[in-house]
Design a protein around this ligand. Sequence first.
Ligand code: ZN
Length: 307
Amino acid sequence: MPGEPTHKELTGKKLEQRWQETSESMNALYGPEENRTQETIAQSIQEFLQRTLTSEHFAKEGRTHIVCIDEGCACSHSVEDLIALAGSGIVMGDNYDTSLETATQTVKDMGIEVVTSHAGCGAGNLAFKELPEEAQQHYTDLFNKLTKEEGKGTQYLSPSDLYAADFAQGLATEAGLDYRHISAKEMTRPEDMHTARMIVVDATGRLQPQRIDNLPPAFLISEKYLSPEYAQAELSVALSIALGDHGFGKHFKDNEPLVVIVLGAPSSESFNDTIESVKQLVDTEFADKPVQVVEYQVDPDVFSDKH
Ligand SMILES: [Zn+2]
């Protein structure tokens, strides 16, 4: 209709509104706007982590849930204990079978109890696009049938969501674990956009971002459990989404950058390698983008298991 705002305009408005909403918590991390530099931002964020993180923010034993790296899941209060894996492992291999094999190996001995899938999974969509046409059609038919039966009540937003749910269920069965789907309502972002202001590369493997008050929406990469190459691949996906059209994209600027926090365990010997690997990816694939890497090593007191 003439005069009515288009879908793109509506999304743009909503995105602008979300940027404003997340700016309050993010500005507290960036520090004072005047004379803001990379150095002052890094210092301000390190100070935030220093005064904020407590032992409560780190899982004491094995995490109970595997969730997607998506900020809507990693920061969701519907999950008590979590560890992140993109699409619960759906892009770990070249196809369903190789991904399932690698993901099953990865989740073994983690103390995991539940594998999850979620509404609007971007990793699921990446994997779906690689499926043979026949398989894509199968999930499309299934999705059409489901939306016809359940209308808008369906928990799945696309055919690729159904594929990702199938994969997560397959992984749960293979590894002898429970399965659950995280609905759009349970996620901490709108279903049609990504609102991540940060990415946390967690080399401690125990961080629980959903328990940190006033943490801006953040992707979570549980680097500790991943090969360096695969951790880079997950980080690349997270950066692409946050900086792309489905994320805040052009809202990020040099003095309001997308922040990548690299979190290390106390006296970890591999922490420097992790930092180098993150910087290498950012400096090559995202060299012209406003991305800032901030490293932080957790205090031994905070990290201790003995509380
Ligand atoms: Zn996802």
